[in-house]
Design a protein around this ligand. Structure first.
Ligand SMILES: Nc1ncnc2c1ncn2[C@@H]1O[C@H](COP(=O)(O)OP(=O)(O)OP(=O)(O)O)[C@@H](O)[C@H]1O
Ligand SMILES: [Mg+2]
Length: 403
């Protein structure tokens, strides 16, 4: 068992979940990638973190849990699913196996049996190192406003599109500001408001609400009137991301500046969270508070899931990069030069810095470089498929090709 074995744990009972977690953590190479008490939240997390093992409590009605397991297994055939349950009758056991469950862990907890089950999965996955489709959801976040979140999100979406020709969706979830469409010079009549007004969130609903920017990036904008997204739920946010994530190669999210159930849903579904920070004491303090919460939510256990982006970097700075890294305990992944004239002109004109193949100004070049770091240009549709790269697809995103 040489490589780490990430595990997501879903169990409603805190005591039992803690005992299971302790038993798993005692095993070599096991890494708890996250734990949730609720099945839906647990699956959303597993969907993004792609653990090797997903441990689920078998809850009643059994049919519902097994149905969910079967669906998840279809989407992620490589993930081993363990059910934690009381003794199962032979019929339920058979149905569990048909749904794709690999192991049943019986109450009361038997640490030896848990160890053997994990060992079996580790041996199997070592033998078949299958590289599946990995989609990218990049979420840009800062708990303080004005840190450049919208500038970064908008420009990396464009930079990735220009650099890789991948299908990119840009989602504006920041209902307070709703700047993305404006920054792109768009004046959309369709928005997230239309998606949540629909009786059900389906790919056709989303298709109708997206607006295409001239770069080819599809944008889900905030509505002009704030009340059109009043009552937006984490469930809805999750459904939108789920559909976009299965349709586009890359989804970039402009997240609201608050940690609440909506942002947690977004984070759970993000492959990378880009935490924006500026070289000022209040900004670094805010980033530290966010990281403390990320730590509690286990987002930091997966290496590089949270990346630090230093915005408005100046050559002569009272706070150095080393001090920021030291305070936050994370390296600065990329930085963007402080270039107020160019950045604010781009925003006011609706002409983003990375709108064209050649980016504008130093800040534009830094943002294009950040896009390249996130998704190297080699990872384009034309490149040979790598272990992580989605299979080659031609034409538009899947739901734009009908029939
Ligand atoms: N690299 C930069 N250099 C100079 N100014 C910048 C830079 N990045 C952002 N700004 C300025 O900071 C302001 C906020 O930027 P932006 O709207 O991208 O941040 P935000 O975090 O999305 O803010 P909001 O709280 O409105 O959501 C803008 O006026 C922009 O001109
Ligand atoms: Mg913003």
């Amino acid at each position: 068992m040489a490589t780490p074995i990430p595990i997501v744990l879903v169990h409603r009972n805190d005591l039992e979940r803690t005992a299971l977690k302790a038993a798993l953590e005692a095993l070599p190479h096991v890494q708890i990638a996250g734990e949730r008490s609720e099945l839906r939240a647990g699956l959303a997390l597993a969907h993004q973190t792609r653990p090797t093992i997903l441990v689920l409590e078998l809850t009643v009605p059994v049919e519902d849990t097994l149905g969910t397991v079967a669906q998840y297994k279809m989407d992620h055939p490589d993930v081993a699913i363990f059910l934690y349950s009381d003794l199962l009758d032979p019929d339920t056991l058979l149905r569990a196996m048909r749904a794709g469950v690999s192991e049943v862990l019986r109450r009361p907890l038997d640490r030896g049996a848990v160890g053997q089950a994990v060992e079996r999965v580790a041996a199997l996955s070592a033998r078949s190192k299958g590289g599946g489709v990995v989609r990218h959801v990049f979420t840009v976040f800062a708990s303080k406003g004005g840190q450049g979140v919208s500038t970064i999100a908008t420009n990396i979406a464009l930079g990735i599109r220009h650099g890789t020709r991948r299908e990119v969706a840009l989602v504006d979830y920041d209902y307070q500001s709703g700047d993305v469409a404006f920054m792109l010079g768009l004046n959309p009549r369709r928005s997230l408001g239309d998606v949540i007004a629909a009786p059900r969130i389906e790919s056709t609903t989303l298709q109708d609400a997206l607006v295409k920017h001239e770069s080819g990036v599809f944008v889900l904008a905030q509505p002009e009137q704030l009340d059109r997204v009043e009552g937006l739920t984490a469930n809805q946010v999750g459904s939108v991301l789920e559909i976009l994530g299965s349709t586009f190669d890359v989804v970039v999210v402009d997240a609201p500046h608050v940690i609440n159930e909506i942002t947690l849903e977004v984070f759970d579904r993000s492959s990378t969270i880009l935490l924006a920070v500026e070289p000022s004491v209040p900004s670094v303090r805010a980033a530290r508070r966010s990281l403390e919460i990320f730590q509690k939510l286990n987002y930091l256990t997966i290496p590089d899931r949270v990346r630090l982006v230093l915005n408005r970097r100046m050559d002569r700075e009272a706070i150095t990069v080393a001090q920021i890294e030291d305070t936050l305990g994370l390296p600065v992944f990329a930085s963007v030069t402080n270039d107020y004239a160019v950045v604010s002109q781009a925003i006011n004109m609706g002409k983003p810095l990375c709108g064209a193949a050649v980016p504008e100004g130093r800040a534009g070049r830094d943002l294009a470089e950040l896009a390249r770091l996130l998704l190297p240009t080699g990872e384009s549709d034309q490149s040979a498929p790598t272990e992580e790269a989605p299979p080659r697809r031609s034409g538009g995103p899947r739901f734009f090709r009908r029939g």
